[in-house]
Design a protein around this ligand. Structure first.
Ligand SMILES: [Zn+2]
Length: 416
C-alpha cells in the first residue's frame, strides 16, 4: 500500500490549467524544509458539472510533475465517489475518497448491529488517552446507538473498497473514507466506533474525513466555536492514534479536513495540535483555485476584468441553480450581493479586493466570494472563451494560485 505522507494537501483544479502553479506551492514548502505532498482531487459532481473526465486530472498532474521535476510522491484523488460513480475513476486515480455520508442513519441488519455491539463490548468504559485531559468515554448504549447509525455506512465503505481493490489490486492505492457531507457532526467517541466498524470491514483506511463541529462553508472562514473545535480535534487525533493500535489500522491513518481551505481562524489551533501530538494531516481545499483564476483575470484588467465581471453577472442571474447542489456548504445573504450594474463600474482593484479572501480588508465580501465559488459552471459554459482568457493571463493567475496556497494555507499550517 502506498503510504501517505504525514502532511498532504488536496488541491482542486476545476479547469485543469493550474496544476503547475499549485505544485509550485508544495515546492516552496519543500524549500522551507517541510514535505507537503499534493493530492489533486476532483469530485464526480465537479466532473459532471464541467463535463470533464477524471483522466484529464491525471494528465494535468503528471504534466506538472514532469515540468517541475517534482521527485516526491503525489496522488490523484477520486473525490467523493460512491459505488455507482467510481468506475471512470478506477484507471486514472490512486487515491479514493469513499463517500458514505448518504448511508449514515440507514438501517443495518439488527443482528449485525448486535454482533458489532458484542464484538466491541470491551470498549465500554473510560479511555484515558495520551495528550487528553478528559478521558473518552464509551457507554454500553453507545455501541447499539452508533452501530445503528453508522454500521451501514461502514459496510458500504467496505463494498466500495472491495470493488476498487478488485479492479486495481489491494495495496495499490490510498483509501480515504468521508462522512463530512451530512447534517450532524461526529463526536470523538463516535469516530472511535466508526473506525472499529471500518476495521471490522477490512477497510485499510488511511485518512478519515469526519464532519467537525461548526460550519465549513466553501471558500470562507470557519463559523463556530473555535475552543470546542480545538477540544474535539485533539480528541479525534487521540482517538485515531488509539484506533491504529487497537484495531490494527494503517499506521499512517490521519484526519482529513474537508472544505479545509480558508479556515484561517482554525489554522493556529490545528497547527498546535498537530505539532503537540506529532500527528499527520490531510487538508482538502475546496476548489478555491478557480477563485484565484477569476482574481487573476480581474487583476489583469482589460478583457480579463470584463470576463470576471461577466462571470459574476451571470452567476447572479443563475444564483438559485448554482447554489442548489451546495446548499449545505454555503451561506449567502442575497442582500449583501452587489447588483451586476454596480460591479460593472468597478476597477480592477475593487473587484480583486471584494473577491480575495483577506478578512482584514473592509472591501472583502464573503457573499460575493461564495457565489463566484459555486459559479464555475458559468465559466464551464463559456467553454473555450474562458480557457483562452485563462491561458492569456497565465502569469497573473499563477502568481495568485501559488500565493494563495503558500502564503495563506501551507505556511500557517505546516511551516515554522
Ligand atoms: Zn468533502
Amino acid at each position: 500500500m502506498p503510504t501517505l505522507a504525514k502532511f498532504s494537501v488536496g488541491v482542486g483544479d476545476r479547469f485543469a490549467r493550474q496544476a503547475k502553479a499549485q505544485l509550485r506551492a508544495c515546492e516552496l514548502a519543500a524549500e522551507a524544509g517541510v514535505e507537503v505532498v499534493p493530492v489533486w482531487n476532483k469530485s464526480n459532481r465537479e466532473h459532471t458539472i464541467i463535463g470533464t473526465e477524471p483522466a484529464t486530472t491525471r494528465a494535468a498532474a503528471d504534466a506538472a510533475v514532469r515540468e517541475l521535476g517534482w521527485q516526491k510522491p503525489y496522488h490523484v484523488d477520486a473525490d467523493h465517489i460512491r459505488l455507482e460513480t467510481v468506475d471512470r475513476f478506477l484507471a486514472p486515480c490512486d487515491f479514493f475518497t469513499i463517500d458514505v455520508a448518504d448511508s449514515i442513519g440507514q438501517p443495518a441488519d439488527p443482528a449485525a448491529v448486535s454482533r458489532f455491539a458484542d464484538r466491541h463490548a470491551d470498549l465500554v468504559g473510560r479511555h484515558a488517552l495520551p495528550g487528553l485531559k478528559e478521558p473518552v468515554t464509551i457507554a454500553r448504549d453507545d455501541l447499539q446507538r452508533v452501530g445503528g447509525k453508522y454500521l451501514k455506512a461502514a459496510q458500504d465503505a467496505g463494498t466500495i473498497y472491495r470493488k476498487i481493490a478488485a479492479a486495481k489490486g489491494a495495496g495499490s492505492f490510498v483509501t480515504e473514507v468521508s462522512m463530512d457531507e451530512t447534517d450532524a457532526p461526529q463526536t470523538p467517541p463516535e469516530l472511535l466506533l466508526i473506525l472499529a466498524a471500518l476495521a471490522d470491514e477490512g477497510v485499510p483506511v488511511q485518512t478519515i474525513a469526519p464532519k467537525f463541529t461548526g460550519r465549513f462553508n466553501k471558500g470562507v472562514d470557519y463559523v463556530g466555536d473555535v475552543a470546542q473545535f480545538e477540544r474535539e480535534f485533539r480528541q479525534d487525533l487521540a482517538v485515531i492514534a488509539f484506533a491504529v493500535w487497537r484495531f490494527g489500522l494503517p499506521a499512517d491513518l490521519k484526519l482529513s479536513v474537508h472544505s479545509g481551505s480558508d479556515k484561517f481562524s482554525l489554522y493556529p489551533v490545528i497547527r498546535r495540535a498537530v505539532r503537540d501530538t506529532g500527528a499527520g494531516l490531510h487538508l482538502k481545499t475546496a476548489g478555491t483555485t478557480w477563485l484565484e483564476e477569476v482574481i487573476g483575470l480581474a487583476e489583469a484588467g482589460g478583457d480579463g476584468l470584463d470576463l470576471a465581471k461577466e462571470i459574476y453577472a451571470t452567476a447572479l442571474k443563475k444564483k438559485a441553480d448554482l447554489c442548489a447542489p451546495y446548499a449545505a456548504v454555503i451561506d449567502i445573504d442575497p442582500a449583501k450581493l452587489p447588483p451586476a450594474d454596480a460591479v460593472a463600474g468597478w476597477s480592477s482593484e475593487r473587484f480583486v479586493r471584494a473577491l480575495r479572501h483577506d478578512p482584514a480588508d473592509p472591501q472583502f465580501n464573503p457573499h460575493l466570494r461564495q457565489l463566484v465559488h459555486v459559479g464555475f459552471k458559468v465559466a464551464a459554459q463559456m467553454g473555450d472563451r474562458y480557457l483562452r482568457a485563462v491561458e492569456a493571463h497565465e502569469t497573473t493567475i499563477a502568481r495568485n494560485v501559488t500565493g494563495n496556497l503558500w502564503d495563506r494555507h501551507l505556511k500557517p499550517l505546516f511551516v515554522g
